[in-house]
Design a protein around this ligand. Sequence first.
Ligand code: HEC
Length: 200
Amino acid sequence: MRNLILGAVLALLLVAIGTVIAANLGMLPTTANSDSPRWERRFAMGALDAAVERHAPRVSNPLPKTDENMIDGMKLYTMNCAVCHGGLDQKPATLAHSLYPPAPQVIMHPMDDPEWRTFYVIRTGARYTGMPAWDKALSEQEIWKVSAFLSNLNKLSPGVQDYWKKASGVAPPTASDEQHDHAHHDDADHQHADHEHDEH
Ligand code: HEC
């Protein structure tokens, strides 16, 4: 039994040392302009989901969902997030396929996450991805406004929908559009499909 444990520890140590050597020799992939394999996306998204589940406080948005607050959220989104996550025009983002892992296209494929979850991810970011933590760049109120906008994207009031249409020339998604349950992996697959579509 002791030998078995010793063997296992030794094997792990060798893998760790091997990885460090490979990294120093420049043998680990570091480019961001390629597609991530499905197992890696599953693993990473699973890890993010589990971490958010464990750490995110279940707080409710202190701001009322007035048209003004939702439009503020839309503007903040357009200025800070659209370059990676896609604009109101519902076309793929400029940087959609320039990140590893790719950024979910949250306008084309609206999320149905609760606001506390969206708030937490925006505020703290996602390590080892292109997703920044916004706690130093935006105020808490601003983050709540963006979170409310994203978590209620296909339930916007007529006034906010009008604003969207005027700003982008394209109507916002509505609840009757295709719904995506909490399926992040699906999002990535869709992006892949979009990507292939782009090339034709
Ligand atoms: C530089 C590119 C970039 C910018 C700018 C950016 N993000 Fe992200 N974001 C990402 C990437 C990449 C991910 C995916 C992280 C992952 O795979 O775990 C992500 C993930 C997210 C998620 C989690 C989605 C999910 O399905 O769990 C939310 C919510 C989000 N971003 C919101 C925002 C908001 C709001 C802004 C602007 C205030 C923003 N992001 C700005 C790249 C970006």
